[in-house]
Design a binder for this molecule. Structure first.
Ligand SMILES: [Zn+2]
Length: 353
């Protein structure tokens, strides 16, 4: 009988719970990941040191690599250092920068990557994309999806709360990104992947509708799972379409126009999503999204992250240029400066203060 379904590129292990780190050695000993115990582990020199102390005794065959930062040079250097070590797998242990560096380096040396995320700042912890700083600012590099993902919610809790907030904004923005994808499907006939769209939207909706807060285990569990499922949705579609639309164009525009003043990724994406929902005429959804963002301590107005209205208008105007070829509500409406100002004033009234 022919196989009529498709296979989904996905990690062989997903372990998300309080205390998951205690069983990391067990996960890594899975014969599909490391038979010999020879592992290359990438950590940061700072916060990674404590985790290293804690885990190193259970992983005697591991070699530890300190990663300098989140640039393409750091990633290339890491790959060079790992070359010739005859490892079974690379483990990225840390926040987004470390995992992205490890992802890129693992792809370069042809080894599978295990992502051990210590914060929930964005949906890159299980995605087929490595975001690294380069000479042009910041680049996204296609890489294989991690072979395993481990998230210890006790470790996540120890990270500054702004990382959790950033993850909330990033995953909630999926709802707007999928709406952009559907818009492009209707207007341009762009192919939409129903499974990827469903996974990304459900992840966004789950966090949007969860009554808990950043301090609850139940909420952190749902948030971490939502971020992982978003990454897998990107693998299913083969690009970032399920989780990146006008919300992310606005985020990129903040980063590119004001590199020194830019706020956290998820803060900018959440604000971008609430505004994009308003732009597409989904006024109730926009207000509901803004309310949830506020409840979690995320910004819904540019001034809450230190930008004037005029600067935000410039951001919205510039946003489509950050992602040529991606069609969203911004490209669809193609608003001029004065129109953006007007609609922004309406948005502010609509979400209340
Ligand atoms: Zn994002």
């Amino acid at each position: 009988m022919p196989v009529l379904t498709r296979l989904i590129p996905s990690p062989v292990v997903v372990d998300i719970r309080p205390g998951a780190l205690d069983d990391l050695a067990c996960v890594l000993a899975d014969e599909r990941i490391s038979q010999s115990g020879r592992l290359a582990i990438a950590v940061s020199g700072g916060s990674g040191a404590r985790l290293r102390e804690r885990i190193a005794p259970s992983l005697p065959g591991a070699t530890w690599f300190e990663v300098g930062g989140g640039t393409i040079d750091d990633a290339v250097r890491l790959a060079g250092d790992m070359r010739g070590g005859h490892y079974d797998a690379v483990v990225g242990l840390g926040g987004g920068k470390i995992i992205d560096c490890a992802k890129f380096a693992a792809a370069r040396v042809g080894l599978p990557l295990v992502a051990v995320a210590t914060n929930l700042a964005h949906d890159g912890l299980c995605s087929p994309v490595a975001t690294l700083d380069n000479d042009a600012g910041r680049g996204s590099y296609g890489v294989p999806n991690p072979i395993a993902v481990v998230i210890d919610l006790n470790v996540v809790r120890e990270a500054p709360v702004r990382y959790v907030r950033s993850g909330i904004g990033d995953v909630i923005s999926n709802v707007s990104a999928v709406a952009d994808w559907e818009l492009s499907h209707r207007v341009n006939g762009e192919k939409i992947d129903g499974l990827a769209a469903a996974m990304a939207r459900q992840a966004g909706e789950a966090v949007l509708r969860h009554p808990g807060g950043v301090g609850d285990d139940g909420f952190l569990q749902v948030l971490a799972e939502a971020l992982v499922l978003t990454g897998i949705a990107m693998s299913v579609s083969g690009d970032s379409r399920p989780s990146s639309g006008a919300c992310h164009e606005i985020n990129h525009a903040f980063d590119l126009l004001y590199p020194r003043r830019a706020a956290a990724h998820g803060e900018q994406c959440g604000l971008g999503a609430a505004f994009a929902m308003y732009l597409r005429g989904a006024h109730e959804e926009s207000a509901a999204m803004a309310e949830v963002l506020r409840r979690h301590g995320l910004p819904v107005l540019p001034e809450e992250i230190g930008f004037t209205v005029d600067e935000f208008v410039r951001v919205v105007e510039f946003a489509p240029e950050t992602r040529p070829g991606r069609f969203t509500i911004l490209e669809h409406l193609d608003l001029k400066t004065e129109q953006i100002k007007d609609v922004y004033a309406d948005y502010v009234k609509a979400i209340g203060s």
